[in-house]
Design a protein around this ligand. Structure first.
Ligand SMILES: CC(C)(COP(=O)(O)OP(=O)(O)OC[C@H]1O[C@@H](n2cnc3c(N)ncnc32)[C@H](O)[C@@H]1OP(=O)(O)O)[C@@H](O)C(=O)NCCC(=O)NCCS
Length: 239
């Protein structure tokens, strides 16, 4: 691993170790010193850290880590290889991500949340870790959710504190998950109703999707080009 070039990041440049072949845009902070005794942020090779990203000290993140703009990762996050955290999403510290975890935009993951391997988390998902903040004394230790391998969580879902979602389960968009979910279940609605998974969805998440080395906006990725305009749009553009 190479120590990051001073001019590649703003501030805290003495407290980050970033693996080779990584790209770090301007206005990225890696290794943010939240405490005088904190250790470095260690990021694997082939990272892509986009403008506005803030990564605290005391991190261990694997290879091919990608952030969108203004992603925030607070201290004591452990993440495997091929993880993605998109724009404005936040890992509140003391969070575990397995391999190939893909987290879309505007998602909130509080501390003490465990995420398994190849989990997909749609946009605007909210995880919670405190059942009744400020209303219980003494204050209980926050307890986040446990999400087992190959779970898919749809956009806008809410996962209550301490919930376990079993492997390969599918959480529909907008569901509020209020109780533990057995493996291979579908959860829909508010409060989330647990049922069996449709046969066509009863499978692990695709490894081709969860282990993507680059996304389409990566400078070394495939340029989407003019073919991106959906055929069903009323207007197409030539340039
Ligand atoms: C849950 C989902 C997979 C559809 O599942 P499905 O069982 O194939 O659902 P269908 O479209 O056949 O609809 C079956 C019923 O579920 C309802 N339903 C579908 N999606 C629902 C949802 N998110 N919440 C509540 N009910 C839903 C339908 O209205 C329908 O109800 P009805 O039987 O009373 O008419 C899909 O709607 C969904 O939420 N996908 C997640 C998409 C997403 O968040 N992607 C993130 C990346 S962009």
């Amino acid at each position: 691993m190479n120590r990051i070039e001073a001019q590649s990041i703003s501030g805290q440049r003495d407290n980050a170790i970033i693996g080779g072949s990584s790209l770090v845009e301007p206005d990225v902070i890696v290794g943010f010193r939240y405490h005088p005794d904190c250790g470095p942020a260690v990021i694997g090779a082939h990272a892509m850290l986009r403008k506005g990203t803030i990564i605290y000290a005391d991190e261990r993140v694997g290879d091919y880590f990608q952030t969108g703009h203004y992603a925030v990762i607070r201290a004591f996050v452990r993440a495997g290889d091929y993880c993605t955290l998109l724009n404005h999403s936040c890992l509140e510290g003391i969070v575990r991500l397995g391999t190939g975890v893909r987290i879309m935009t505007n998602t909130y993951i509080p501390s003490r949340t465990w995420i398994g391997d190849h989990v997909f988390i749609g946009p605007g998902v909210t995880f919670l870790n405190d059942r009744a903040p400020g209303r219980v004394e003494p204050m209980p230790t926050p307890c986040g959710a446990t999400i087992e391998d190959d779970v898919m969580i749809g956009g806008g879902a809410t996962i209550l504190p301490g919930i376990t979602i079993g492997a390969r389960s599918f959480i529909a968009a907008g569901a509020v998950v209020v109780r533990d979910v057995p493996p291979d279940s579908m959860v829909k609605g508010v409060p989330g109703k647990i049922g069996p998974l449709a046969p066509e969805l009863r499978r692990p998440c695709s490894r081709q999707l969860s282990i993507q080395p680059l996304d389409i906006w990566h400078p070394n990725g495939c340029n989407p080009g003019a073919s991106i305009w959906p055929k069903y749009w009323p207007q197409q553009w030539e340039d």
